[in-house]
Design a protein around this ligand. Structure first.
Ligand SMILES: Nc1ncnc2c1ncn2[C@@H]1O[C@H](COP(=O)(O)OP(=O)(O)O)[C@@H](O)[C@H]1O
Ligand SMILES: [Mg+2]
Length: 328
């Protein structure tokens, strides 16, 4: 018999920035978590949803596909183990992800390019796929029925059209986040989903940051995935204390991602072992005559002060690469 709890007081999620509670749809009736009055949690998970399968696991989260019994719909449930060895950071990671998603893509105002948020809470739970019950922070998200860009690159032959579409999409999503003073800080193929109709969605805002937002200390930590962070991040430059500069880090990570879209996920444009120096042996060999290459190389400029921002890259790609093709 699983151990179950019932929420004593039903409470809506309340954003730290808002006086009035945000109305969210009642997906999991007993599972509303107000993190501003942490710790508060508890629900009856086994009665409310059924687990279908594991969708993925990253550095922080286990993501499972669930079917909510009351409406028979599918959702993705991201579970972050409260007792993780990095538990000093897990609550902040969770809060950050929730706060960012609420500000950009919350049901019913879902952004088509960003995974949609439903609600969040804390629960004591034993997933089918875990050895024991434990306490988790949980986020209910839209189930993105696709594969990661990482899997796509491994299993598909890339065409210039698809690569160009990914470049255009990625730089445009990043530009729109940056315009809202949000940085993602973990742009990579594993955090991008590609759907069967070739549309794309950005996921995983766990390392993200709202510039001028509520979690300044968290934002000032150096975070990212080693193979994707910009040289200034790897070298922990002091100017990153001005959070604006993290925007340039996203552009660089997108550059590495777009490089791998063409060259494969195991190739890096830089020789990381020798301190992030451009590896002169490595070029975008496959499409050496392509406009895509020159744009990606600009995104990979080591000096952040010379590196363009996402909106400029997007505009340049449209003007220099797409327009001439249309006029041919
Ligand atoms: N909403 C979703 N729908 C489908 N699969 C998802 C969803 N969110 C995450 N995943 C899968 O789970 C993996 C880990 O999720 P992610 O949010 O990136 O966690 P982490 O912060 O641990 O990296 C992703 O790479 C992806 O394969
Ligand atoms: Mg991830």
């Amino acid at each position: 018999m699983e151990q179950e709890f019932v929420l004593p007081i039903k409470k809506r999620y309340r954003s730290q920035n808002n006086e009035s509670p945000i109305e969210v749809p009642d997906i999991l009736p007993n599972a509303i978590f107000d993190y501003t009055s942490y710790p508060k949690m508890l629900l009856n998970p086994h009665g409310v949803f059924e687990e279908i399968r594991v969708l993925g696991a990253g550095s922080y989260g286990l993501v499972i596909l669930i079917r909510v019994k009351s409406n028979n719909k599918l959702y993705a449930l991201k579970l972050i183990n409260v007792m993780d060895w990095r538990s000093r950071n897990t609550l902040e990671t969770f809060k950050t992800e929730v706060e960012i998603l609420i500000s950009i893509s919350i049901y019913p105002d879902c952004d088509p390019n960003i995974v949609c948020y439903y609600e969040s809470f804390q629960l004591y739970y034993k997933p089918k796929f875990a050895a024991a019950a434990t306490s988790y922070y949980a986020i209910v998200m839209e189930y993105v029925e696709g594969i990661t860009l990482d899997d796509y690159i491994k299993t598909h032959t890339m065409t210039k059209e698809i690569a160009g579409k990914i470049l255009l999409w990625l730089t445009s999503v990043i530009a729109s986040l940056h315009a809202k003073d949000i940085v993602h800080r973990d742009i990579k193929p594993l955090n991008i989903m590609i759907l069967p109709d070739d549309t794309l969605k950005l996921i995983d805002f766990g390392l993200g940051c709202l510039i001028n937002g509520p979690f300044e200390d968290y934002c000032r930590r150096i975070v990212g995935t080693p193979h994707f962070v910009a040289p200034e991040t790897a070298e922990n430059h002091l100017f990153l204390l001005d959070l604006e500069y993290w925007k340039k880090n996203d552009v660089f990570s997108a550059g590495v991602t777009l490089y791998q879209v063409v060259e494969g996920i195991n190739v890096h444009p830089y020789n990381i072992a020798s301190g992030f120096r451009l590896n002169p042996e490595l070029r975008l060999m496959t499409w050496s005559d392509n406009c895509y290459n020159s744009i990606v190389y600009e995104m990979l400029i080591p000096n952040p002060f010379d590196r363009p921002d996402a909106a400029d890259v997007n505009e340049k790609f449209q003007k220099q690469c797409i327009l001439p093709m249309l006029n041919e």
